[in-house]
Design a protein around this ligand. Structure first.
Ligand SMILES: [Zn+2]
Length: 194
């Protein structure tokens, strides 16, 4: 069976992949927060997982299960913590989760790890988790980690085409044109592995 989802492999199949083709691992990170009345609470994780699955299919990678809880929602880029359903973690929790993931994937022999973020507020805490994780494993692990937000790849041409009155910036795009369009674009089968 060919799958991009790591959690659908047995451990022996995963071990064989690590021994043979050493697939890059993509770890989506999201959040559980209000996304207006029309989008799911888990939009950030669903989209980062969907983009990760697309990328993994193209490069022979594997997508690890999403870190589905993100750092606290902020009023200027997510609405704030007062919404029912918004369920956030402390910075230390997110940093620790990423640090643990870096260490564990290094132990598996992974050499390329992509932390693919879908929640604006997560960014600096992911960097800290990666930094601490790489410090834990040391240079002998030969692990390279890339952190990115999927919106990094929106070209100026696309933004100009979509936002004819001017692009307001990604922070203000929460639950707006970009996320709504992407949720319409991705069929359900891409939106998570469970
Ligand atoms: Zn979002």
């Amino acid at each position: 069976m060919s799958t991009v989802w790591m959690n659908e492999l047995s451990w022996v199949d995963y071990q064989a992949r690590m021994a043979n083709d050493k697939p890059p691992i993509l770890l989506p990170v999201g959040a559980l927060e209000q996304h207006g009345p029309h989008l799911p609470l888990g939009t950030d994780g669903l989209l980062s997982a969907a983009v990760a699955a697309d990328a993994a299919a193209r490069v022979g990678g594997l997508v690890a299960p999403t870190l589905s809880y993100g750092y606290k929602s902020q009023p200027k880029c997510g609405g704030g913590q007062h919404f029912c359903g918004t369920t956030s973690v402390d910075a230390a929790t997110l940093i620790g989760s990423v640090r643990d993931a870096v260490r564990e994937f290094a132990r598996h022999g992974v050499t390329k790890l992509v932390i693919l973020n879908g929640h604006y507020e997560n960014q600096w805490f992911l960097i800290e988790g990666i930094d601490l994780g790489l410090r834990d494993v040391g240079p002998g692990a030969r692990l390279e980690v890339m952190r990115l937000e999927y919106w990094d790849f929106m070209t100026p041409e696309t933004l100009a085409h979509v936002f004819t009155d001017g692009f307001p910036g990604f922070a203000l795009e929460h639950a707006a044109v970009l996320e709504t369009s992407m949720m319409l674009h991705y069929p359900r089968r891409w939106c998570g592995s469970i």
